[in-house]
Design a protein around this ligand. Structure first.
Ligand SMILES: Nc1ncnc2c1ncn2[C@@H]1O[C@H](COP(=O)(O)OP(=O)(O)OP(=O)(O)O)[C@@H](O)[C@H]1O
Length: 329
């Protein structure tokens, strides 16, 4: 029997009531994540990546309407769990690292108190033990003189250090699943790579499953086991990182890949393409392929329901074209 996935999502839908009508922000997405795996969710701004992450964590704002055929963590259905049970999982068996640490660190508490909190809440440990673990974790995330940092407040740290603290906080209880939503976008480019490397090393060391939300396909190429490409609230293509990079089959994925520098293929100074056009409004009924207005391969059938093609290896894409449209060389 195959191992139970850490996370199984089927038919996840998120609707947002707006004055003009319902915004269908996430439109029936499926994905699965196994122990120790890294799934990168990529796509343009507004494609539904963050809402999907928040839905898994049970942190969606109340006015948003979320449904799914299945939203299971280690076999436990999360929909309908009482808030107390969800709080038992969050920060303990699943944790989230946000884009902007200042929104999740509390300015009124010391780093030490905030780090110890998760452990005191979820584990039977005393304050001294929680403090020892906090120092250990700060060391792991590369913070020197960790003891002296415990009594500092978030505003006394640089952006890079704050993000390291956020990572330490998320990992205090050694979660089985960590969701990192653009964890390095708020940082200087020079520090971004360091922090990401650190996160990936810790993830491997602790054998955690990770969902990494990112715009950066360079990052995806370095860290992903699996990739889900989102466009206008749908997963338009997913598969192993290798399949996605070597055999991109949805025209949107192909367009995205044309936009990144490829070592050996992109010449220095060469202009990288971007995909012309804009994402359609998701308010009201959305029919057919949402990418068709920007797609070179669009035809009349694209306005009708779109089939999903799937290979035996689990590579799937949502397009009328069943053949593998290879990237132009
Ligand atoms: N609380 C909210 N109220 C109204 N609309 C929202 C809310 N949260 C998200 N949206 C809308 O839902 C859609 C999906 O948003 P989401 O933040 O998931 O996108 P994203 O892919 O994560 O984008 P980004 O890469 O910019 O973070 C967007 O159109 C966004 O404007």
């Amino acid at each position: 029997m195959s191992e139970e996935p850490i996370l199984a999502v089927e038919g996840l839908t998120i609707d947002i009531p707006m004055a003009q009508g319902t915004l269908h922000a996430v439109r029936g997405i499926d994905f699965e994540l196994n122990r120790g795996e890294t799934l990168c969710i990529v796509g343009e701004s507004g494609s539904g990546k963050s809402l999907t992450s928040l839905a898994v964590m049970g942190l969606l704002p109340k006015r948003l309407e979320c449904t799914a055929r299945k939203l299971a963590f280690c076999g436990t259905e999360l929909q309908g769990l009482p808030p107390s049970a969800m709080r038992q999982l969050r920060g303990n068996r699943m944790a989230m690292i946000f884009q902007e640490p200042m929104t999740s660190l509390n300015p009124a508490y010391t780093i030490g108190d905030q780090l110890a909190e998760a452990l005191l809440l979820h584990r039977r440990v005393g304050k001294a033990e929680a403090r020892t673990r906090a120092v250990e974790l700060l060391g792991k995330v590369g913070i020197t003189a960790a003891e002296s940092r415990l009594s500092q407040y978030p505003h006394q740290l640089s952006g890079g250090l704050r993000q390291r603290v956020m990572i330490a906080m998320a990992l205090m209880c050694e979660p089985e699943l960590v969701i990192a939503d653009e964890p390095t976008t708020a940082l200087d480019v020079t520090i971004q790579a360091q922090i990401l490397r650190l996160l990936v090393d810790l993830q491997r060391e602790m054998n955690m499953a990770m969902i990494l939300v990112t715009h950066d396909l360079g990052v995806v190429a370095r860290v992903a086991d699996k990739v889900a490409v989102m466009y206008a609230g749908e997963v338009v293509e997913q598969g192993t990182a290798r399949e996605i990079f070597e055999n991109p089959s949805h025209p949107y994925t192909q367009g995205l890949l044309r936009c990144i520098p490829v070592p050996g293929r992109t010449k220095p100074g060469e202009h990288l393409g971007s995909i012309p056009g804009i994402v359609p409004s998701l308010i009201g009924k959305v029919e057919g392929c949402a990418f068709r207005t920007r797609c070179d391969l669009a035809e009349s059938a694209c306005a009708k329901p779109i089939p999903i093609h799937e290979t035996e290896g689990g590579h799937s894409w949502r397009c009328i074209h069943s053949h593998m449209d290879r990237m132009p060389a």
